[in-house]
Design a protein around this ligand. Structure first.
Ligand SMILES: Nc1ncnc2c1ncn2[C@@H]1O[C@H](COP(=O)(O)OP(=O)(O)OP(=O)(O)O)[C@@H](O)[C@H]1O
Ligand SMILES: [Mg+2]
Length: 378
């Protein structure tokens, strides 16, 4: 008997599950949105994940269904569960990664540290929040944001008119999330894996650097963490995984504030860009860990193999030729750096791959990873 995992979504996260699945001997299938996507090597089906029948049909060929993204609608997820399909993470957990307002309310209930926030439905409501929070705040569309789209800093109640208008047209109607503008020193990410039967394992907390709303670099573990912050981050990560009943990989994006507090920014219930370093820097990569977790197998060791790992994203690249025209040069100059590409056509700013470097001297490792990634710049 072969264990069979089905991934809904054909992006790079599904793609990067393929290698560990092959190594262990797990049959991985992918329901891709289109032909020729990142995970095409494992794409056994192409179809629309909004369509219940398409997803139910795909699920028949696997033992457990998991995801490359969090966009599968709740009714489709519920239909899978009703049909007896093992779904990890399940709809009850996933709703908190799908809706930032639901997440904020639930995290308050769990007593997790987070920015002040409110749900607002018009300019007056937003202005009232601004008046209470020093005149500036961050507004977010509760659903469907990514890479900083759907996030805006505002200083007046009228600066969200377009979003309120769009929400009013949306059949769900609804509210925006507004948050205090956090004075953070840097951003961190805490990943944990949790099995359906309960085992939880935490990765070291990492530092993430975003540019223009997109993750650019990750340093693992986060350097120079003050006091008990690493411990707090781990407790927050494990507490959320348990409190929400997450199964598979969970990433908790965090702010480290200038007054040494940890606040939760948002959640992702799948492998995450902040964990790509683990492919070459940890005993068990987040992609292998996700497969183990959703199959309810014992989790692997998340410990780093070397002192430091640095991941640098490849954003854009040679648009006409593709990334592989640069392989020879990069490989010759940086034989110790690992290259990961996603089979996507480079476009300015598009995430098309990343490089990982590991070692004992942080400056050397940062230099190596940045220098290697720079070879791919257009
Ligand atoms: N309350 C806040 N205070 C200050 N900065 C914030 C706040 N919320 C978000 N940001 C900044 O905006 C970025 C994007 O916000 P968030 O992670 O909520 O959006 P997203 O588009 O869902 O993210 P992703 O890029 O992870 O898909 C954060 O990484 C952070 O840099
Ligand atoms: Mg984010």
């Amino acid at each position: 008997m072969t264990l069979r995992v089905g991934v809904v979504g054909g992006g790079q996260l599904a793609r990067m599950m393929i290698a560990p699945a092959v190594e262990i001997g797990i049959e991985l299938s992918v329901l891709a949105e289109q032909k020729g996507m990142s995970a095409k090597l494992a794409a056994s089906a192409v179809g629309d994940y909004h369509d219940e029948q398409t997803v139910l049909e795909f699920a028949k060929s696997v033992d457990v269904v998991t995801f490359d993204h969090e966009h599968v609608p709740q009714p489709v997820l519920r239909a899978l569960v009703e049909a007896g399909v093992a779904v990890h993470p399940g709809p009850d957990a996933l709703q908190y990664a799908q809706d930032k307002l639901a997440m904020r309310a639930k995290l308050d209930e769990l007593g997790m540290p987070q920015p002040d926030w409110a749900a607002v439905s018009d300019a007056q409501g937003l202005q009232a929040f601004l008046d209470d929070h020093g005149g500036r705040a961050v507004i977010k569309t509760p659903r469907g944001g990514y890479d900083g789209k759907g996030v805006r800093v505002v200083s007046s109640g009228t600066e969200a008119e377009d979003w309120f208008a769009a929400l009013a047209e949306d059949a769900r109607g609804g509210e925006l999330l507004v948050e205090e503008l956090v004075d953070f020193r840097r951003e961190l990410s805490q990943q944990v894996a949790r099995r359906p039967s309960g085992e939880v394992r935490a990765y070291p907390v990492v530092e993430t650097v975003q540019r223009d709303g997109v993750c650019a670099e990750v340093i693992a573990p986060a350097p120079h963490l003050n006091g008990r912050l690493a411990e707090v981050a781990e407790q927050v990560g494990s507490g959320i995984a348990e409190g929400l009943g997450v199964t598979g990989m969970l990433a908790v994006e965090l702010f480290e504030t200038t007054d040494d507090r940890i606040l939760v920014n948002e959640l992702a219930m799948r492998p995450h860009n902040s964990g790509h370093w683990s492919q070459d820097g940890a005993v068990t990569s987040q992609f292998e860990q996700h497969l183990r977790a959703v199959l309810d197998l014992p989790l692997g060791d998340p410990a780093p193999r070397q002192h430091w790992a640095v991941m640098v994203n490849i954003l854009g690249g040679p648009t006409e030729e593709g990334l592989d025209v640069r392989f020879a040069e990069v490989m010759a100059e940086h034989p110790d750096v690992k290259i990961h590409t996603y089979g996507k056509d480079p476009r300015p700013g598009r995430k098309v791959g990343h490089v990982n470097a590991v070692g004992d001297d942080l400056d050397d490792v940062v230099y190596d990873a940045r220098a290697a990634a720079a070879f791919f710049a257009d």
